[in-house]
Design a protein around this ligand. Sequence first.
Ligand code: 13P
Ligand code: ZN
Length: 276
Amino acid sequence: MQFLEAEFVQGFIRMANDGWEQGWHERNGGNLSYRVKPEEVEEVRESFVEKEWQSIGTTVPDLAGEFFLVTGSGKYFRNVILKPEDSICMIELDNKGENYRIVWGLVNGGRPTSELPSHLMNHEVKKQVTNGKYRVVYHAHTTNLIALTFVLPLNDETFTRELWEMATECPVVFPAGVGVVPWMVPGGREIAVETSKLMKEYDVAVWAHHGLFATGEDFDLTFGLMHTVEKSAEILVKMLSMQPQKRQTITPDMFRNLAKDFKVILPEKFLFEKEK
Ligand code: 13P
Ligand code: ZN
């Protein structure tokens, strides 16, 4: 099969373009990665041209030997659909999870996203805690959520509770809540370590004054999660722009009732009584 005809490649390209159309990917902002299934690797193996091994910049032993489809560093999401072979690549990890090599794509040179350490460390944690179910890690520069990191206190409890209150579907879509990483220098191991710690508990991590990381089983669920969180952030921005106080909202007991009917577990740490 031609590499670009494979369903997982098409799904990846569509998701990148959907993100571009949402306005979350100015210039080269954001990055996307997919942990490829063994049978999908075999579908496209005949197209591989193996390049030299390079250091990942961190160690991910539980991902040794796995293949990933990832966006390229400095590449624009708006170009992924037009010239995927120039904008994305498939990489293989070595048997220690210390190095990677490009096996397809980035035909005009370049390297995988500068956030590769964060992507791979998040994949490693998610593979462990979901028994291999999660395959997608997505980083986007979601406008409203970023705006909120300038006005809300930077903690998991506040962000989760405020986002939950803005749309009834939210606690059902991300019942575990969202984690918050304070401002850190992007692109390295340190921010990757902090983000992957949060991913043990959450599917979503906020990067203050920068963007959002979302993880999930497949492209639809992960894009849908990013979209839901950002939509909720947009409602909160609109609400705060009209007036700083809510006249009415969803209360902790209302959330508890919702949890019962929708059969989700909502951690009590997010259902605190607010000071009047
Ligand atoms: P890359 O172009 O290296 O993927 O970086 C974009 C980005 O959003 C960094 O956080
Ligand atoms: Zn970014």
